[in-house]
Design a protein around this ligand. Structure first.
Ligand code: B1M
Length: 208
């Protein structure tokens, strides 16, 4: 029987080769892909998120863990698709118009993938029209926006207005260093998260 606790530990340590190896052997042994995902990979990422929130680990460790998770997910994904396992929720995410900062946004996207979300990353410098178009095409439940510049924060408000005018009912979450809970309330976002681990909790709450 594959050791899924060891798989979670490999994710926590960012040990890519062990994570891939245990994932492969678990599948060969006939362990259901969903069990490998929930009890191995997501269990590991949950602990990473928790430690990050408590400042016990920092961004480099989270990125290394997320990379190990990504490698193992490449092995697992075809099996999840075959088994028809539904993601926790779907989310499109992007950095707002005029803003090229993507380190935090990528971290949030990786943590959400780690939590079982189907994440569609629109990249950087994403304007209201693109958010609206992609929200329509994907039928997403959640829209995430990240801004690192005070000058690009107003694009969040424009995007929310455009989404509402287009009749998109997806929940909207925002974040980024200059963004605050008060700003989220002011522009009509459904939620704000200060960091990637809180973004996962927020996203889970918004799709619940
Ligand atoms: Co820029 N930059 N930068 N920069 N840069 C800042 C943001 C700045 C604070 C530096 C400073 O002056 N002290 C300043 C902004 C000032 C302001 O507006 N108040 C600044 C500036 C001015 C600029 C330029 C204008 C500089 C210039 O050209 N004159 C220029 C703008 C370019 C553009 O975007 N159009 C610029 C360019 C760049 C680089 C390209 C060199 C590079 C970006 C590389 C990249 O991202 N690929 C860069 C960097 C690296 C920074 C700093 C140093 C680091 C940002 C970062 O990655 N932090 C930054 C100063 C600083 O913060 N110390 C700075 C780490 C990252 C993990 O944190 O992004 O906050 P963060 O994400 C966190 C949370 O905020 C949250 O979770 C993440 C993980 O915990 N979060 C979310 C983020 N998005 C979220 C979304 C959510 C929920 C949570 O829901 C959807």
């Amino acid at each position: 029987m594959a050791d899924l606790k060891a798989l979670a530990d490999a994710v926590i340590k960012g040990d890519q080769s062990t994570a891939v190896e245990i994932t492969e052997s678990a599948l060969v042994e006939g362990t259901a892909a969903k069990i490998v995902l929930d009890e191995g990979l997501i269990a590991g990422m949950d602990i990473v998120g928790d430690r990050f929130k408590k400042n016990e680990i920092y961004i480099p460790e989270v990125l290394i863990a997320a990379r190990a998770m990504k490698m193992a997910m490449e092995v697992l994904e075809p099996e999840l698709v075959k088994a028809g396992v539904e993601p926790v929720g779907k989310l499109i995410i992007g950095t707002t118009q005029g803003d090229l900062h993507d380190i935090g946004k990528n971290l949030v996207a990786m943590m959400l993938k780690g939590a079982g979300f189907d994440v569609i990353d629109l990249g950087v410098d994403v304007g209201p029209e693109k958010f609206v178009e992609k929200a329509r095409v994907t039928g997403t439940q959640l829209i995430g926006m990240s801004a690192l510049l005070t000058t690009t924060m107003p694009s969040m408000e424009k995007t929310i207005k455009a989404l509402k005018e287009a009749g998109i009912s997806a929940k909207i979450m925002i974040g980024g260093a200059p963004v605050t809970q008060g700003y989220a309330e002011k522009i009509g976002a459904d939620g704000y998260a200060a960091d990637a681990a809180s973004a996962v909790d927020l996203a889970k709450g918004l799709v619940a």
